[in-house]
Design a protein around this ligand. Sequence first.
Ligand code: PBG
Length: 331
Amino acid sequence: MKDSETGPKFDRLRRLRATHELRQINAETRLDMRELVYPMFVVNGKKVRNPVPSMPGICQLSVDEAVIEAERLHSLGIWQFLLFGVPTTKDSVGSRAWLSDEAVQRCIADLRVLIPDATVITDVCLCEYTDHGHCGKLTAEGDVDNDATLPLLTAVAISHAEAGAQVVAPSAMMDGQVAAIRSGLDESGYREVEILGYSAKYASAFYGPFRDAAQSAPQFGDRRSYQMAPTQREEAMLEIYADIDEGADKIMVKPALAYLDVISAAKSRFPAQPLYAYNVSGEYAMLHAAAANGWIDLRLSALETLTGIKRAGADFIITYFAEQAANWLRK
Ligand code: PBG
């Protein structure tokens, strides 16, 4: 009797992974730099590059520097940029957020001229612009006032559209924000501008380094009355459904790593909507910190992370690793 007739049925699995070439050919999941989105923090001034200590390689950039950085990434094959504005002065309602001469609005306009085939996505929120660091206007009691915040977010989105943003991404987690922004954009003549909802955004400890970069840490309390609790998966489906119902063209799950099941559920329940996953600042900082100690390999762990997020169901990944990943993937 021949071996093949007696041997175990599943003795052939290793054949598919025997060599580097076979592993490439048989890969079920592939990373593509066109699916990566690079976030940038834009500040006022000129020739400014302020390194963010908790995010190695990431700087707050003035518009002139941000444009140079975006052009470099674009030449590596990165097509999508997510812009955050960090103002010089703040007030109780974040009124610099919708001014046409603020850094983010000027950066949008310059990027559209210099890299016309790139997609400029903007974060629409107030926490970077308010002196209290919350994502909306406060009531006299110090709660975030949902409905009073909607017109402010709408004004921010319209100012971004006016500057040339193709996609606006409301991240304040106010109920009804997508509907309010959609009708504001439509009434102002920006029907073609897309909305990427930060639909399932969790109140996460992994945003810590971002809040250094964006100078947006809440000055009192936390964001748990508007961002979701980590215990919730079905509620995330409801949030996503609500965003789609209100007119979101694209949806997001954020953070990514502790929420891979939510990414997977979102893709299977809402397969038609492009799904973004945000590989957030704390996830980036963790790998860098461990790698700096020599405890893990940065390239391998970052590529494994991005592959895992993609395999879970994300169509696009917002990641501070975008530039490095593009370089690694080209090799
Ligand atoms: C603004 C916003 C935050 C992030 C993206 N948009 C911070 C927050 O909600 O506190 C976090 C991104 C990251 O950690 O990389 N609301």
